[in-house]
Design a protein around this ligand. Structure first.
Ligand SMILES: *Cc1c(COP(=O)(O)O)cnc(C)c1O
Length: 353
């Protein structure tokens, strides 16, 4: 290769996110089936929960998905090359004039979250939109008491949406929100109703409406135990071994010397750190795997770009070998105290996807 023509983007990265396309498609298909008569959409906000929205959008489209949800207008750039604008909803709604103008021009649906947003949308000429109704989150959405406001009658509402606050739990809140959502559907004219996120799909038919909105479970998260047998893992982080060294009994490893070797041992330094989303809560707790599947426990503190592992179980590993990171979301959440959502969305920019 001629050196002047090499761009840093072409170089091999020491960190990659293995992504199982078939598992993503299988998870969407499963969630669509569990949605019964309703059709499953897909939350692809936050860069497809950290997994790469530009990659997942066309796969989900191929699987049969026709309703996609992003949070920010800026997230459209990654997904619109693959999707028809009318399939995509922007959950934050139209805040700035540029959002309104863009929605009008592109055909992407704004999710109207307040009377103010409704007025702004109608004043611009309006058009097809979604409407978020707040049934208990007190976060985004028009309040139940505001549903009679005549400004809402001027909207051309496709999806009438509400969002469950605790669908992963069995709590009376679910039924209370479901009733309010049904009530809202009686008051505001709309084409299709939508309530359930991933966990909400498991609450049964009464929660499904016409469109469900799974996110976390598409990417391998398990928000309710009954989903564990049918949801497949989708991502697995892989990192390259940068260096191997032998240390003597009594030597310490990493910042602040939090690990001390009790015997002579071989350790390896891996190109993975908290700047990549492998946070310090994995220090002394995480496990990486050799290509043969041997467990290589994390020793001492995770640092910004590096993690040190115990190579006792695989002493023949060499610089440049690839290790995979144990990142099964349910177990990882138990180990670290982070949520499955955080574990996914943390996976940073340095991973080659
Ligand atoms: C993120 C989000 C979803 C997806 O929720 P999961 O729990 O990840 O399935 C659905 N609806 C709205 C409004 C959201 O913000």
């Amino acid at each position: 290769m001629i050196l002047e023509k090499m761009h840093p983007d072409c170089l091999q990265a020491p960190l990659r996110l293995d992504f199982d396309d078939d598992a993503l498609i299988a998870n969407w298909t499963t969630l669509d089936r569990l949605s019964g008569a309703a059709r499953a959409g897909a939350a692809i906000k936050a860069n497809g929960y950290g997994t790469g929205a530009a990659h997942v959008a066309p796969l989900l489209l191929r699987a049969g998905c026709r309703d996609f949800f992003v949070a920010h207008w800026g997230e459209l750039a990654d997904v619109l090359p693959a999707l028809e604008p009318g399939m995509v909803s922007v959950l934050h709604g139209p805040l700035f004039e540029s959002d309104v103008a863009y929605a009008r021009h592109s055909g992407v649906k704004p999710v109207i979250n307040s009377l103010e947003q409704a007025r702004r949308w109608i004043a611009s000429g309006g058009g097809r939109c979604d409407l978020m109704v707040d049934t208990g989150m007190n976060r985004l959405g028009v309040a139940m008491e505001q549903l009679g406001n005549e400004v809402l009658q001027g909207l051309d509402v496709d999806l009438l949406i509400s969002h469950l606050v605790a669908a992963e739990e069995d709590t009376p809140l679910n039924e209370r929100q479901r009733q309010r959502w049904r009530e809202a559907c009686q008051i505001v004219a709309h084409q299709r109703a939508s309530l359930a996120n991933s966990a909400g799909i498991a609450l049964g038919e009464a929660y499904h409406g016409q469109v469900t909105r799974p996110g976390i479970a598409l990417y391998g998260g398990v928000p309710r135990a009954e989903m564990a047998p049918v949801i497949r893992p989708v991502v697995r982080p892989q990192a390259a071994l940068l260096q191997v060294r032998d240390i003597a009994a009594g030597e310490t490893v990493g910042y602040n010397a939090t690990f001390t070797a009790s015997t002579a041992m071989r350790v390896g330094t891996v190109a993975l750190g908290y700047a990549d989303g492998y946070l310090r809560c994995w220090s002394g707790k995480g496990v990486l795997r050799s290509p043969g599947g041997c467990a290589l426990p994390v020793l001492g503190r995770v640092s910004m770009d590096l993690t040190i592992v115990d190579l006792s179980a695989a002493p023949d590993l060499l610089e440049g070998d690839w290790l995979s990171v144990d990142y099964a979301l349910e177990e990882a959440a138990r180990t670290t105290g982070l949520s499955q959502y955080e574990l996914l969305t943390l996976l940073g920019r340095r991973f080659r996807r």
